[in-house]
Design a binder for this molecule. Sequence first.
Ligand SMILES: [Zn+2]
Ligand SMILES: [Zn+2]
Length: 531
Amino acid sequence: MKRLSVSLLVGILAALWITMGTGLHTSYCLLSAQDTRPDKLSQQKSESAETRKPLIGIASLAGETYLHAIRSSGGIPVVLPCTDSNEIRINGYLEQLDGLLMPGGPDIPPSEYGEQPHPTVNLLGDDRYRFEKSLLDAWVNRSDKPLLGICLGSQWINVSHGGSLHQDIPSAFNVNHRGVTHMVRLEPDSRLANIFGETRFEVNSFHHQAVARLGNGLRIVAKSPDGIVEATESTDPNRFLLGVQWHPEKMPESDLQRKLFTAFIDACVTNAEKQPSSNPLIHVETGELPIILSAPHGGRNSIPDVPERLGVGSKKFVNVADSNTDRLTEKLADELQRQLGKRPYVVIARFHRKYLDVNRRAQWAYESDNARLAYDAYHQAISDARREIIERWGHGLLLDIHGQAADPVAIFRGTQNGKTTRNLTSRFGEQALIGETSLFGQLAKTGLTIVPEVDSTEREHDAFDGGYIVVTHGSQEEGSVDAIQLELGGRLRTKSMLEPTAEKLATAITAFATDYLPKSPLSEKVTEAVD
Ligand SMILES: [Zn+2]
Ligand SMILES: [Zn+2]
């Protein structure tokens, strides 16, 4: 809510300024003046903390409806392949994920609750059965992190707590819950009713099984009018653990059903913040500017159960960090907020490059599969930011921030010689990449040494001409977010130079944004305004 109220306030200020007849460009100045007030600054600080995005595992399925539900509620979805049921992998998930979504699917083998299968039973595949059983047992018993089960997922929750299922609703009750809609009635004092704020509503229904004997530590919190159990939750008031028999993700237009995902993501954030020994692998912030800052090589942390990479057979193997690029990127985000009045999107690696190099294609990025989750999450965070920027502003800029050891005072440009900024130059010409008003032109104006020089058509330095991140997320193939890799010399990244360097970078980015980036969102969504 705070995020919305801040963006609303900013929007109103901007609108006022525009109606006063002044150009959009200078609305930034007004806002930055407003934002230097201490109360406003602290408000925006807490806002960025609140928008930390949790990593949500989705067991076995990569269905777009599940991904969308998590993404649009503020989480980063991470698909967990069902071929990975080994214990070390699952321990890694327990440590690295902030929440788990168990999705829909076929039936659990009735042997799990001591019964012979009914003829209508359609069993889960072996891999998926083994994986989901191990994952859920571990998640329920060895973690206190939030868990949301949908349809099969809710049946799994009951079975993993020692409960049983009605194997076929039509045979047992002579009613049908497949391909219909029906009412549900919620227990008024339940977590579920508290989330929805209502105790009676209609849901979709695609199941032929349901809870029979209730598992230990669970309570029934919703039923259909014909008496079928439609939702269960933990009896522990401190644990977000609940399963619903309907499919809220198939109702993306429903404000009511969205509340379930929002509550789930909120619980994941709250839980992650109270973890005493949390060792986050990636720092992600949602922005209010069409700018993404990425810093893949500045992290220092290890990744659970991941050994150092050896680089055998790799041509471009590097396992030293780009020192202080993580801190520089944090300071740059703060400085942009000071100069532009709003924060950029931020994705910073907290893991050390010797365990995982996200600026390489997957094949060369990691050697232990336990690093895959962090790899996927890093790229997912950039993709999500990029998608949001295109939706909200139409165009944007990704800056991938690195360190180089070739020239201690220089900044090298990396765009694959213009390929990753194709959208920019197709709209504004080559000058937007190499000229005085280009980002590097503006950097030169602040006194920084840039390579290639302003107006030079010289090729970019072979070693720094743009890696996997800018190639993947820039405008090379399609899309309207341009990507530039910045490779900063060591003297620009010493501890005492971080602030002056961040200030110069922000000054150049602000000038570039004034000339080349959209000044305000395409349209503030009406739903946001009334929330
Ligand atoms: Zn039903
Ligand atoms: Zn680097």
